[in-house]
Design a protein around this ligand. Structure first.
Ligand code: SAH
Length: 397
């Protein structure tokens, strides 16, 4: 018998709006027994079933909805179907066709809470972060293999959020043989090695794909400064777009070494125009200003300063600080491409922060374009939390 999570009166509203999370504070009781990851019915205070969800007894998110159709069996076939649908949706979008690096499953926004799957050539990397996703690992992997025809699947379930679910880290090959050499993808014609074992996320920031393309388009003849460059994604696109020079800054020496190695994978790019600098961006931008440097195009793509809204205030100061420093370093007519990937900082707040930085720097600046994650990172309208990446392209006078 499927156990039933009975909600407090009124707490059914978000489920009726098709939001996939049921918080512990919304739950009155569990009727029956369920282990972590088991499928439970979610019902309103009168016992009317509303959804089928994965039970997470250790997490504040007590259940994550698999289906709002209460008669749908949650079984192997269900996951195969959901995975195939996610892959098909991407195949139907021209922006994504032919991409060698592609997010196949974007968790809640693809109806699969706790499931991330990224494809790099014929390798798929999965990250399972919830008890429900953990339980259905085999079905999800089988679905991915069937839908993509990939040669191998690697698991990178070492994200800290697994701890909140009471899950241990899990990494390793789940299907196929390890690749013979490095995994290399081409993005807009630029080769990038992807370290699926130790790189950030599943190895690469796929969400910035279209924004890197835009940077290439803007770079011709420009002095470009790329802050928080990681393995050089934006830097190499700037070079490919014909930048006059590209200075890239990151505090991680290994990331910079990978970036330089990525540049070496692309002999058509002029390595003499690239400089990699290991430094703290906050300090280095001040030094550059003191040295009288100026740039035509500056990218600010910092790490997540605010994982949740609880950290928003401190994070807002950090975003303000780097954006202020960025504005100060822009030559007249220059462009600032500024991002936040913090879930805790909304689109409006981010714009306010950038506006505050422009004002404090004494510059007049205009939004040229609003930026977001690529189409393989969709945002389910019922799940606005999925919209973590936001950016602004701003031009100063
Ligand atoms: N723009 C990159 C992703 C950036 S990830 C891309 O498109 O691939 C964030 C990077 O910021 C990481 O490489 C991390 O090492 C670096 N970082 C974090 N804090 C930093 C700081 N204070 N100064 C410089 N780099 C920092």
């Amino acid at each position: 018998m499927t156990a039933t999570l009975i909600l407090h009166p009124g707490k059914e509203r978000s489920v009726l709006r098709r939001h996939p999370w049921v918080f512990d504070t919304s739950v009155a009781r569990l009727d029956g027994h369920a282990r972590p990851g088991d499928t439970v019915l979610v019902a309103d205070a009168h016992g009317k079933p509303l959804a089928k969800a994965a039970y997470s007894p250790k997490s504040k998110i007590r259940a994550r909805v698999w289906s709002f159709e209460v008669d749908t069996p949650i079984d192997h076939a269900f996951f195969k179907r959901r995975v195939a649908q996610a892959v098909r949706r991407r195949a139907a979008l021209p922006e994504l066709s032919g991409q060698q690096g592609l997010r196949l499953i974007h968790a809640e926004s693809d109806g699969l809470p706790g499931v991330i799957a990224d494809q790099y050539g014929d390798t798929v990397v999965v990250q399972l972060t919830s008890a429900g996703a953990e339980k259905w690992r085999a079905a999800i992997v089988a679905g991915l293999v069937k839908a993509t025809g990939c040669a191998r699947v690697y698991e990178r379930s070492d994200s800290e959020v697994r701890g909140l679910e009471g899950l241990e880290p899990a990494t390793g090959w789940l299907f196929g043989e390890p690749p013979a050499g490095e995994i290399v993808i081409a993005e807009h014609g630029v080769k990038m090695a992807v370290d699926v074992f130790a790189g950030h996320k599943t190895g690469f920031y796929l969400d910035q794909r279209e924004n890197r393309r835009l940077l290439a388009e803007l770079s011709k003849g420009k002095r470009v400064l790329n802050c928080f460059c990681y393995t050089g994604g934006f830097s190499l696109q700037a070079l490919a777009g014909g930048a006059a020079s590209v200075l890239s800054i990151d505090s991680s020496q290994p990331a910079l070494e990978r970036a330089a190695a990525n540049l070496a994978l692309n002999p058509v790019l002029d390595a003499a125009k690239a400089e990699w600098r290991c430094a703290n961006v906050f300090d280095e931008l001040r030094k550059l200003k003191a040295a009288g440097e100026a740039f035509d195009l500056i990218v600010l793509d910092p790490p997540k300063f605010a994982p949740s809204s609880a950290h928003a205030e401190r994070a807002a100061r950090a975003y303000k600080d780097i954006n202020l420093l960025g504005f100060r370093l822009l030559a007249p007519g220059g462009l600032l491409m500024s991002y936040s990937c913090s879930g805790g900082i909304g689109v409006e707040l981010f714009q306010k922060i950038v506006a505050g930085a422009a004002a404090d720097s004494g510059r007049t600046a205009r939004i040229v374009k609003r930026l977001q994650g690529a189409a393989d990172h969709p945002v389910d309208l019922a799940f606005p939390e999925g919209e973590y990446l936001k950016g602004l392209l701003v031009q100063v006078e």
